[in-house]
Design a protein around this ligand. Sequence first.
Ligand SMILES: C=C(N)C(=O)O
Length: 132
Amino acid sequence: MTTAIATTHAPSAAHLYNQGIQVGDLVFCSGQLPLTAESGVLVGKDDPRAQTRQVFANVAAVLAAAGSSLEHVVKATIFLTSMEDVAAVNAVYAETFAGIKPARSCIAVRALPHRDALVEIEVVATRAPGSE
Ligand SMILES: C=C(N)C(=O)O
């Protein structure tokens, strides 16, 4: 069964897509930008570390709404507008995934769907054991 995941603790998907999709014990989290959940305002202009922290807060909120968490991420895809930011993003990434590191891809793109966003991250996770 496919279930749409929706939470007010992550930025709105603007009716274009779902914040996440759950299929069985897998959760597919849409790419998250460094925007606040409440007002969709960008956090950390020109600061890739601050942006990455906000992105992971949003990813964590979507996963939580699906009965999962960052500990259950099995694949992450990182989109950067500049590979010059990769070290800063990696620093936050390494703090976030302190245990077994998920499989990962990291890609430089020309632009992201917010003018000042430097990073977007999407993940696939398993659901926490015992989640309903
Ligand atoms: C931010 C997105 N995930 C999008 O525009 O698809």
